[in-house]
Each structure stands twice: as structure tokens, then as C-alpha cells.
Design a protein around this ligand. Structure first.
Ligand code: MUC
Ligand code: MG
Length: 369
């Protein structure tokens, strides 16, 4: 049934350095998975992560080795099973590896949706909207450059809300940077910050108070991944939205965070969740617990970005929008027709499956040999 499963590492420079508390990115290594079936279907998935091992516990190289060594031989033994049975067998035989699982699942669902002649979103519960709002992340590290970048995005009608990456400078310096941008852009423009777990609880108390008073709308992952107790205390203490990002690693952590009231918003990322279907489960937990949703990114390229958009288009509650801007941070296009960003939204394609066409010659030139 599966003729081949290939994992490609595609290295693309970013349009400018992207500075985060955990890493500064000058390039992104896309991890693309291509599944070809005996009867001629091709499905794509993506397992991209950020900053090598700087962000999480899976690297592009480890994802590729694990797919080639464990997933591919297993898949070869599973012909004849449907997608659900295939995913069940993968879950039973392979621990962890959420990113690889997500990429394989996405490719299998892409193929299944193509067989049925439906957009992927229809397999995930059904599209409620044809576009999702997308913010832009200001992460040049320079206040004036960030303001100019935001003004350019507003004028081009590409993004009208922004996230700022902070946590690498002292709290006061970061707050000054954020509030200068907030003041320059005006009250109507929503500003959020992502601390990428850089603060101690005491630093968080100081920083969040100042940012809340300054009109910032949301604080993302202020403290360490495992410090759920601090996240719980901060969520209780402040009125401002506190969002879990790195702490959220799929349905079971979603349940734990919800049970302990350790966040008021979840940043759902399909790869961190272990797949599109698991991302949907995270959304269900959030809905049951009264937690708002935000569509997150691992700064994927077009494949992971549009797969995520298919899922997020099915969410009734997407109160904080999305950050599906990954392809716009890259200097090279890997699709024959680029994703459509217009009027502050990413538009979903109407075609079957993911609804995109990859430029395989371009990918072949860019990929690590
Ligand atoms: C993160 O922690 O949110 C998403 C957008 C961005 O700029 O960085 C990533 C990771
Ligand atoms: Mg984050």
C-alpha cells in the first residue's frame, strides 16, 4: 500500500534574525514527510521544530532518524489497515515522537481526504470559516525596527495584531520595549507577549503586573514548562490572559492544565499535540474547561501551516486568533502557488486534502543531501 515514505530536511534562511529567549533563528529547517501509495496518491506532513534542540526535545535530525528507522518499517507491515487502525498501531508500537507522529498522521489524512475528494478540514469535523486571523511576531530585538515592521504589516492589511518575543533582557527593559511598541501602535492594536518560559515566578509577578497595567492583552508561557503550580498562581492572581504554550504537549497535559486552572488560554500546536486529531482533543478539553483557544505554530513551512489552518478552521472558539505566519518568515517559497494571506487572514484552499501543490524541484534544491 505504501510505496515510499521519505523525510526531507529543507533548510531555508529567515527574512531577518528571529530572536526568542530560547534561541535566535537565522534559518529554519523544515522537516517534510512525503508518503506515496502504490495506487498513486501523495500525502505530505510536517514535523518542524525550532532552534535544533533549543526549544523542545526533538530535533530535525532525530525526527528523521526515528522515522527512517522505526516508522517506515512499521508502516510497511500495516498495509490493508485503514487510517485509524494505522494510527492505533503506530501509537501502540512507538512511544513519544509527537512531531514524527503528527507528520505521518497529516500525510495519511491528506491522502485519505484526496481519496474522498474533500478538503482536509472536512475530515476533522468540518470547516466553520474559510480563513483564520493571523498575527505577526515582532522579534527583531530592536524597538524601533519592530514598530516600523508592525506599521508596514498594518498598512499592507497583512496583520493587525502582534506578539512580542521577550525574556532575554531584564524584566524592566523588556517591559519598556513592549510598552513603547504598544504606545506607538495605539489602543486598538492587540499586543501579546511570549516569554518562552524565561521568568522565575517573582519576575513574572513583577513583569505581568506592569504589562497588564500597560494594556497588554496576553502573557504566553511566563515560567518553566514543568512549573504548573506557578502558572496556576499567576492565572489566579492576574486578570490578564495567561496562555500555556510549551507546557501543553497534547491531550493529557491539556487535561492536567485544565484540572489545575493553570492557564486561561491554550496555544494549540498540532506537532506539540502529536497530531491533528490530538490537537482537536486538546481543543475539546479546553472547551469543556472554559479555556480560550489560540492557534499556535512551531514556525512550520507551508505544509504544517496549512494543515494547522485546516484544523483551526473547525474550532468554534478561536478567541485569540492564530499565529500561522511561518511561511512568511522564510526567504524561499516551496509551493507552486503560495498560501494566501489577505485582509489579516490566512485563507484556506478549496481543493481536496491539504489543497496545496509542492514545488518538488525547488525542495530538491534546498534539501540537505
Ligand atoms: C513559540 O513559542 O510560540 C511561535 C511563533 C514564534 O515566533 O515563535 C514560535 C514559538
Ligand atoms: Mg510560545
Amino acid at each position: 500500500m505504501y510505496k515510499s515514505v521519505e523525510t526531507l530536511l529543507v533548510q531555508i534562511p529567515t527574512i531577518r534574525p528571529h530572536k526568542m529567549a530560547v534561541a535566535t533563528m537565522q534559518t529554519q529547517t523544515l522537516v517534510l514527510v512525503k508518503i506515496t501509495t502504490e495506487d498513486g496518491y501523495i500525502g505530505w506532513g510536517e514535523a518542524t521544530t525550532i532552534g535544533g534542540l533549543g526549544y523542545g526535545d526533538e530535533s530535525p535530525e532525530s525526527v528523521k532518524v526515528n522515522i527512517d528507522t522505526y516508522f517506515v518499517p512499521l508502516l510497511k507491515t500495516l498495509s490493508g489497515l485503514n487510517v485509524a487502525q494505522t494510527l492505533q498501531a503506530i501509537k501502540k508500537n512507538i512511544n513519544g515522537n509527537r512531531f514524527a507522529k503528527c507528520a505521518i498522521q497529516t500525510a495519511l489524512l491528506d491522502i485519505q481526504a484526496q481519496r474522498l475528494g474533500l478538503p482536509l478540514s472536512e475530515l476533522l469535523g468540518g470547516r466553520l470559516r474559510d480563513g483564520v486571523p493571523v498575527l505577526w511576531v515582532l522579534a527583531s530585538g530592536d524597538t524601533e525596527k519592530d514598530i516600523a515592521e508592525a506599521q508596514k504589516m498594518l498598512a499592507a492589511k497583512r496583520h493587525n495584531f502582534f506578539k512580542l518575543k521577550i525574556g532575554s533582557r531584564p524584566v524592566e527593559a523588556d517591559v519598556e520595549h513592549v510598552l513603547a511598541i504598544k504606545k506607538a501602535l495605539g489602543n486598538d492594536v492587540s499586543i501579546r507577549v511570549d516569554v518562552n518560559r524565561a521568568w522565575s515566578e517573582l519576575e513574572a509577578i513583577k513583569g505581568i503586573q506592569l504589562l497588564q497595567d500597560g494594556g497588554v492583552d496576553l502573557i504566553e508561557q511566563p515560567c518553566a514548562i514543568d512549573n504548573i503550580d506557578a502558572m496556576q498562581r499567576l492565572t489566579r492572581r492576574f486578570d490578564i490572559a495567561i496562555m500555556a504554550d510549551e507546557s501543553l504537549m497534547g491531550p493529557s497535559t491539556a487535561y492536567k492544565l485544565a484540572r489545575t486552572n493553570a492557564a486561561s488560554v491554550f496555544a494549540i500546536k498540532v506537532a506539540q499535540s502529536g497530531g491533528l486529531l490530538e490537537g482537536r482533543d486538546v481543543a475539546t478539553v479546553a472547551n469543556l474547561a472554559g479555556i480560550d483557544l489560540y492557534g499556535g505554530t512551531m514556525l512550520e513551512g507551508s505544509v504544517g501551516t496549512i494543515a494547522s489552518a485546516h484544523l483551526f478552521s473547525t474550532f468554534e472558539n478561536l478567541a485569540y486568533g492564530t499565529e500561522l505566519f511561518g511561511p512568511l518568515l522564510l526567504t524561499e517559497e516551496i509551493l507552486k502557488t503560495p498560501l494566501q494571506y489577505q485582509n489579516f487572514e490566512l485563507h484556506l484552499p478549496q481543493g481536496a486534502g491539504l489543497g496545496i501543490q509542492l514545488d518538488e524541484d525547488k525542495i530538491d534544491n534546498l534539501r540537505r543531501k
